[in-house]
Design a protein around this ligand. Structure first.
Ligand code: FES
Ligand SMILES: [Fe+2]
Length: 346
């Protein structure tokens, strides 16, 4: 087998970094949730203090799943529903209710994951080399303020590769064809752990675009309706690390003026599948309350924009040495930037 050109193409080589696995509102105190990411079975739970723990799913005793039944949270620990062995969020066995001593081997037998709860989402740190987590995820200041509301999110498990998802941020040439947009301004900026897209994209009533199946409403109709509105809109999308993108956008038109934060993220399930999630909060940019129709439609739009890309991703192959032209975005530069998150092949 030949070594792939990029480490991120190596099977089982997942990106080092923070990956969103849940939104805070999905995990109440005392609740245990099953997760399946990076080819591993995991459980997330929220202890009585509100802290979230993420540990490997299968008990080191006789292998029960820690979320069987409904799972059991004791204080800030998780207890196995089979014989009651109890573990803290660092995976240490802290109690075996029927034993006088905890066997040495049991003390650190359960794998645990670093967790960050910030901006209303729960992220886990993945690193094959076990380096300590980095502190690169910024706060989204308005999150938690009442006029912005809570995250409205859509998550779907799709057939796609993470490297295709991230490439979207520099792919200026796909906007007219996939999203039906006219690109007025487009710029990418690369930082150490960030890559940013500054864009102004108008709708193009005459362009064809991809209409995802199960859209729930007629995207083409909706686009046609809004095509003449001449909204003055701009957006700043920034990946912080390999899988979490924040997007801030403002849009002003005669009908509705709003600002919005999106969190778009993908978390690998295995080499061929990932969970794609888009979440939005938004608020009015002026004195006018947002029309109800808009507040219902806008969160769906966020996910549908991804849905248009998914239609391409699920069928495409990956060209590791593509033929590019002068109108393409900095695709090779993005690939080099993305490569930093992966262990070189052994
Ligand atoms: S299998 Fe978990 S306590 Fe026995
Ligand atoms: Fe796209």
């Amino acid at each position: 087998m030949t070594t792939p050109r990029y480490a991120f193409l190596q099977p089982g080589n997942y990106a080092r970094g923070w990956h969103i696995v849940l939104f805070s509102q999905e995990l109440a105190v005392g609740q245990v949730k099953r997760l399946h990411y990076f080819e591993r079975e995991l459980v997330a739970y929220r202890g009585e203090s509100g802290n979230v723990g993420i540990v490997d799913a299968h008990c080191p005793h006789l292998g029960a799943h820690l979320a069987s039944g409904e799972g059991r949270v004791l204080g800030d620990n998780i207890a196995c529903p089979f014989h009651g062995w109890t573990f803290n969020a660092q995976g240490q066995c802290v109690d075996i209710p029927y034993a006088s001593t905890i066997p040495d081997k049991a003390v650190n037998a359960l794998g645990s994951w670093s967790v960050l709860e910030i901006n209303g989402f729960i992220a886990l740190w993945y690193d094959r080399a076990d380096n300590p987590p980095e502190n690169y995820l910024p706060r989204i200041d308005p999150w938690g303020e009442s006029q912005w509301g809570d995250w409205q999110f859509y998550r779907s498990r799709i057939q796609a590769k993470a490297c295709d998802v991230i490439e979207n941020i520099v792919d200026v040439a796909h906007f007219p064809h996939v999203h039906g947009g006219i690109v007025r301004k487009f710029e990418n900026r690369f930082g150490e752990r960030t890559v940013t897209q500054l864009s102004t994209v108008d709708r193009d009533a005459s362009a064809r675009m991809i209409v995802p199946p199960n859209a729930g409403f007629d995207l083409q109709d909706m686009r046609d309706d809004q095509a003449g509105e001449d909204a003055d809109a701009w957006g700043d999308a920034t990946y912080h690390g390999p899988s979490i993108m924040y997007y801030y956008t403002e849009s002003k038109s005669a009908e509705v003026s709003f600002r919005s934060w999106w969190v778009n993220c993908h978390t690998p399930v295995n080499d061929n599948e990932l969970d794609l999630c888009s979440a939005v909060i938004f608020s009015s940019l002026d004195e006018r309350p947002l029309p109800e129709e808009f507040t219902l439609m806008y969160p769906q739009m966020a996910h549908l924009a991804f849905g248009q890309d998914v239609e391409i991703w699920k069928d495409k192959i990956y060209r590791d040495n593509p033929i590019l032209c002068d109108g393409d975005g900095p695709i090779n530069k993005l690939r080099k930037w993305y490569e930093q998150f992966f262990l070189p092949p052994a």
